[in-house]
Design a protein around this ligand. Sequence first.
Ligand code: AMP
Length: 313
Amino acid sequence: MTKILKRMKGTRNKLDDVLIIGTVALDTIETPFGKVDKALGGSATYASFAASFFSKPALISVIGRDFPKAYLGLLQKRGINLKGLEMDDKTFHWEGFYEYDMNEAKTRKTELNSLERFKVDVPESHKGIKYVFLANIDPEQQLETLRQVNKPELVVIDTMNFWINNKKKPLMEAIKKADVLLLNDGEARQLFSTANLASAANSALNLGPKAVIIKKGEHGALLFTKNKHFNAPGYPLENIKDPTGCGDSFGGAFIGYLAKTKDLSERNFRKAVVYGSVVASHNAEDFGLNRLKRITIRDIEQRYSEFHDMREF
Ligand code: AMP
């Protein structure tokens, strides 16, 4: 495996704000509103894109020689630090579809490819980054990342059914070491073997995290801490084309906002959850990264104010 950034310009010297490890993927997605083949995707891609509205993300992942140069250019143009992006033979490929209930992605195919041999190697320059997002990837690599970084202030972890089914033991170890656990409702029920989300959240809090966020697709997100509970509504979108990456962009915006404000109070977590919901709602409006590529922080702030309004009574 080679570090591709030796051949790339534009690496930042300053310490970046958020370290994001996850997948960079070529996605084939079908929804009732269309289809894309080998679109740029992956948990670290969506998360970094979303975080970049607020902070400077540094990405850790692996791609293959089949990865289009234009996609690399897009990530670079966004100011995402790609020093930790390695190159192996073939890019991770995910194929999924949605039916009219767009809250649930159904997987047709997961080809791990270069992810199978991938071993995290956090560049020296990234080890002191204080905000770490362990986006959806093999939990063994999430654990390995935590072994390599120096005392982060905040560790957020996300996962999905694939890893709950295949790597539950290291996943539970990684969750114990994280400060915030992000899950969607189906995954929370599966992981903690309960139909009740409040009891799933309590089981998660008993493992170690100080906060648990359960994402409920178009119905918003729930934030549980030891003594408090907050829920953010979903944005009433009329135009949903492709929800792929909503969970990852929620997570990226959540940690990106916290890294920008450097305030880890419960109150600020609530704001971060709303920013997460705002960016995720934009993401669903078009396929792949097409929507996030086009919006600016002004669109985000505008929808954030609408969320405020929606909650006043
Ligand atoms: P979500 O935010 O949950 O919609 O995540 C969608 C992204 O997750 C897609 O771009 C996929 O490439 C990526 N993905 C799918 N399966 C996996 C997996 N097993 N591990 C990590 N990432 C995955």
